[in-house]
Design a protein around this ligand. Sequence first.
Ligand SMILES: C[S@@+](CC[C@H](N)C(=O)[O-])C[C@H]1O[C@@H](n2cnc3c(N)ncnc32)[C@H](O)[C@@H]1O
Length: 453
Amino acid sequence: MITLTPKTLSPFSFLCNPIPKHQNQNSKYTIVTQYSDSNSKPTFNSNCESEFQTERGLKFDIGETFFRHESATGRDLGVLAAALYKRSKGKLRVLDALCGCGIRSLRYLIEAEADFVLANDANDDNRKVITENLSQVESGDDPRWAVTLSDANRIMTECYLKRDFFDLIDIDSFGSDSSFLRSAINALKLDGLLYVTSTDGFSSGGRRPQQTLAAYGAYVRPMPYSNELGLRMLIGGAVRVASVLGYRVTPLFSYYSYHGPIFRVMLRVNRGKLPDNRNYGFISYCHNCGSSQEYSWAELGRMSCPCSDSKVQGCVSSLKLALIHVVVSKSLIVSGPLWTGPLHDTIYITEMLHLAEEWGWAGSGSGTDLDKLLNQMVAESDPRLPFGYTKLDEVASRAKVNSPPLRAVMSTLEKEGYAASRSHIESNAIKTNCSMAGCIRIAKQLQQCSSAE
Ligand SMILES: C[S@@+](CC[C@H](N)C(=O)[O-])C[C@H]1O[C@@H](n2cnc3c(N)ncnc32)[C@H](O)[C@@H]1O
């Protein structure tokens, strides 16, 4: 755990004090306001009515800004990744492009020991809350933070044009806003980290395919593992934009939370293109048998489910073949192109877990949600596991048995040599390389065993 020393923190009394004139106004960043008359701005904390919040021991004000306690885990993950980056590179400059009240910026400064954070929000009304929250971090001649009030695309583009690149850019946006991807990638250092967001559960659920096509270049249909598709859609969108600019992105971790819902992905950005078709393609789901498959672009015209092949065997007439084709076409739905590769980097997520343990956020039987989440992410990052997850309720319904206990299914799968893990996205589901038919067989066996007892 990082100790908050007088060197890094000023007393909390700042919260009711006026902001010292020109404090931390880094001359590199012009504070852009939307009001021509600065006297018309509300006076922050003039009567100290604002409610103070605490997160990981840090005290801050949220004023009238958009703030969610439930997003604390997403902030924890961002801070852990940022701190690892600082440890490995020795330097960390962060752009918190949609900072709200500035809590992320504060945490990047204090917990990840960022050398510099640029906190930006388009809402001019947030200015004093952000500034006073960040005033807890003292700055000498070399300011450690600055606040700008501008559109995120504008600030990132200005940084890019000034060749003022950042090690980590946090885009905590609303909806399926992919419009920030291009300017964020441009403003990022090579090998830098880009933390992107989508909060659009309707799109990942396949209810707005035209919207996902426009935002992420992916036509997304309703599939049982839609929340994982939301993450894959977001990564795929970043892959597409990055490759236009000559970069390739690698997900370090992918996080879904049902609050919101929120889809968050930390990407590492480097020069280079994605190898042909690798990890960026199409995903099919067969309503008939419940199995999923991955297809490359080259296989687009040859999609069919193995359950249809068995029906075709023994087929005699072309009429029958045509009828089967109709059945098969209706049972198979396809989404894509999406990211089909790993959601997490095993080494990075393991290092994040170790750091969380070092800071007392996880480990030694802490039983914290973060501990559980990071351990599940490590398990999910097993390279043998394919995309998607299998819901046990779907297995039970297809097997016509009661929903089998998750632990029993996992242990049977592992005994039979399959890879299996829980999913951090869906509590009653497993990620496995065993087919739906195999899971149905196991569910039936488990039901027989329990009724024989
Ligand atoms: C989800 S909130 C940010 C929450 C904050 N990051 C946190 O962790 O508490 C999104 C913020 O983006 C700001 N915003 C919306 N559109 C923006 C834009 N185009 N550029 C910059 N900020 C924007 C809003 O004013 C809001 O404060």
